[in-house]
Design a protein around this ligand. Structure first.
Ligand code: UDP
Ligand code: MG
Length: 317
């Protein structure tokens, strides 16, 4: 029997949240679709997450799971979920119930209207630190300014994708994945649905400062070359300033005024060295990323599955 809807949930140390999420999802999904599956992707958890998934999978054939050989990160985890999902449409959501299962009927309704990507847009967020709210708001606006693709503001990864969109997504091989950007880049018929983002139900955020910064850099570097261009234009501007300074120096000498060039020289050298280092650093960042892509390592390694059988992995890289 074909599956109408797959729900993909990346889980990293979420043992406390999974049973409740499963209960609420099942209640919403049973009357909503003909048939469904819930695919838990265990991103190398250190707690009992994988056992909990295993127990659920043994009791409920709707539940499927795969477990990574180590922590590969949230973006890799739902990429794996999308690779293994068999539904005509796929929903991606977090495990901590910040993404309410009760929004699924709205997402599915839009899909049935013919949309290929239905993203959930936060109209309000509860239980987040002021720091997270401010940095997130600033980041989405900066991204919008800097990039060519139109990433909708205030959206996370909570979204529904049609089979067509999932198929397209599976063809994107890149390693540094900023999914919101990739999905925006894909095109198709997209629409947003508003929701209030709840607070995390149990446990701590699994997005450490480092992971958040990495995601932000991935987003900026993958969709914008503007920082590189900025280095170029700063260089051009400084060459202009330097030339003007030299002209002024010559003019002063010609008119017989004495100017000690030392201070100007020191400042100029420092400024130039700074600009060169910034430029080099930026270039290095991009070269490093090219190297990572060229190596072509797989995005994730699976160590165990539950209820997935020998279903082939769609992604070969
Ligand atoms: N997650 C993951 N791998 C990681 C970090 C997080 O699979 O390395 C999962 C986590 O279990 C949750 C989702 O990604 O289902 C979002 O994480 P979290 O709620 O901690 O992020 P926040 O909501 O604080 O941004
Ligand atoms: Mg969360």
């Amino acid at each position: 029997m074909s599956i109408e809807l797959s729900v993909v949930v990346p889980v990293y140390n979420e043992e406390e949240n999974i049973p409740e999420l499963h209960r609420r999802l099942a209640a919403v999904l049973a009357p909503l679709v003909r048939s469904y599956e819930i695919v838990f992707v265990d991103d190398g958890s250190a707690d009992r997450t994988w056992s909990v998934v295993g127990e659920l999978a043994a009791a409920d054939p709707h539940v499927k799971g795969l477990s990574f050989s180590r922590n590969f990160g949230h973006q890799a985890a739902f990429t794996a979920g999308l690779d293994h999902a068999g539904g005509e449409a796929v929903v991606i959501m977090d495990a901590d119930l910040q993404d309410p299962p009760e929004l699924l009927p709205e997402l599915v309704a839009k899909w049935r209207e013919g949309y290929d990507v239905v993203y959930a847009q936060r109209s309000r967020r509860e239980g987040e630190t002021a720091f997270k709210l401010v940095t997130a708001a600033a980041f989405y606006r900066l991204l919008q300014r800097l990039t060519q693709v139109d990433v909708p503001v205030d959206t996370g990864d909570f979204r529904l994708m049609s089979g067509k969109a999932v198929e397209a997504f599976r063809r994107l091989p890149e390693r540094h994945r900023f999914t919101r950007g990739l999905v925006a880049w894909m095109g198709f018929r997209q629409i947003g649905v508003q929701y209030v983002r709840a607070a995390r139900r149990a446990g701590e955020t699994k997005y450490t400062m480092r992971k958040m910064l990495r995601l932000a850099t991935d987003g900026l570097t993958a969709f914008s070359r503007l920082p590189l261009l900025a280095a170029l234009w700063t260089g051009v501007a400084l060459v202009g300033v330097g030339a003007l300074g030299a002209l002024g120096f010559v003019a002063a000498r010609l008119s017989g005024t004495y100017v000690s060039g030392l201070w100007g020289l020191a400042a100029g050298v420092l400024a130039l060295a700074g600009v060169q280092l910034v430029g080099l650093g930026l270039l290095g960042e991009w070269v490093g990323r090219i190297y990572e892509e060229v190596k072509g390592r797989p995005l994730y390694l699976v160590q165990a599955t539950a209820n997935l059988g020998s279903q082939p992995v769609a992604r070969r890289r």
